[in-house]
Every structure is written in C-alpha cells, then in structure tokens.
Ligand binder design. Sequence first.
Ligand SMILES: [Zn+2]
Length: 286
Amino acid sequence: MHDRLLWPEGKRKAFTLSYDDGVTQDIRFVELLNKYGIKGTFNLNSGLLGQPGMIRIGKKPASHNKIHPEEVKAVYAGHEIASHGLYHTTICQTDSARCLHEILTCRKELEGLVSHPITGYAYAFGAYDDTVLDALKSCGVTYARTIKATHSFDIPENFLIWDPTCHHDDEMLPKLTEDFLNGASLFPMLKLFYVWGHCYEFDQNDNWDHMEDFLKKMSGHETIWYATNFEIQNYVSAYRQLVFSVDGRFVRNPTCVSVWVGAIGSDTVTEIKPGCVTTLPEPSSL
Ligand SMILES: [Zn+2]
C-alpha cells in the first residue's frame, strides 16, 4: 500500500542533532552547522544561563560557561531551543512537585526568551522514571531525548523516550555514517540519523576538526531532510494523525502540515495536503 511514511518532498533520509547544556562552545558549533546547512536542537537549563564553570572530567579541562539569557535568541537563530531542566538536577526518584517545577519552570523561562512555545526536552544525565514521564506529559512536553544509543535509524515509537542513534564520539559513527549515506534503502525504507553530544567535549577531546569532517560528509545531499528535533516529531505526529479509509485508498490529513507517503519498492510519492482528502495510487507489488 502507498501508505508508508516518507519525509517531506518524499525524501527517505533525515538527519538531526541534539546538543546539551547551553555552553558557549555552542556558538562555534552553530557557525559550523550554518556553514553546512545542518540543523540542530539545543537543550538549555534556564536556571543556569549566564553562569561560568569548568568541567574537569575527560582528557583535559574545558570551560563550561553558559550562554547569557539575553544572547539565547540570537545565538541559536535558525535552530531549535529545548528544555534540559531548570538546574540540571537528577529528578529521578523525587516527588512529582519537584519534577514539575524543574520541567515547567525551565520551559516557561526559555519560552520567555524566544517568544514561542517550547515542547522539547532532553533528560539531564539521560535519567527518567515513571514520575518524570508523568510530569513531562503534565507539562505539555511532546518529546524527550535519552542518551541510550540505538545504533539504528529507527523512528521512535514513543517520542517521550527518544533514544538517539549515537553520541558523536561513538566508535560506530563512521560505520553508521557509511550505512546511512550509502546503505541499501529498502529496509528500513525510511531512515533517521540522530546524533547527540555536548559542545564542550570538542574542547576536551580536541576534535572540532573531526566533527567538522563528519558534518561536511553529511551535508549537501538533496536526498536528506535536515531538520530540528521538533520538526521531525511534529511531522511524524502529523503522519500518525492521518485518517485512512478501511481499504487504505483514501486518506484525510486533519493537520496543518503536508505529509508525504509512499510504498515499499516503489518510487511513487503522494503528498497529502493539510485539510484534504487524497486518493492514493493502486497498491504496488514488489
Ligand atoms: Zn546535560
């Protein structure tokens, strides 16, 4: 059936990045992303913005100075800002009120800086439990990133437990990059490559050049959708809201974004426009 999710314009690959803590090294990283036409999501702790710091774990010490609140909007222009908790505390195994305060206050304060709703989140230390998940839902958060590498290009079933493909220093990154760019595309027919990290790590490990090489390799492909985390979650959410007829030949798009669908083993692409009912092509056979 021609009812399978495709990325916008019928693309079959998407690439997204997610970087935590809102450190001043983000400025250099955003410049790199802009140079290569790649989009990122930056997860900030509103209660720590503007504070100085050093981080002494890893190969060598690196500054952990946070972006000043008044700079947030300009520094991250063209990219996405999401929450990382008010004070970067571990909220696992704490009570609901503290979870809600850490999540909701961060969201509210960041929204005040950028003047639009923020529904993304990245778990501080990657940690969550049922109380945290309930609090996220209560706070209107629609997606939350963990730090558990999938080493796959799968789309998450539950966006509140969004496991990334890998960290940028993962030893499998070169192989995954090769698979993503040049591997067979039939199964899975849709790929999502999701890399995360912290920009201070490029100072700790002296590997800015290594990251730039990776970004360069990933950039400029017409077959790839370069998107923020929000754009991906929002798009997949629209697909999941499509209403199909019983025989799968007609589909209504009740959302406000176009959704593209196709079939395994076929290059035929159908755009389902917002608010429209669309007739899909006859089923194809492999
Ligand atoms: Zn963090």
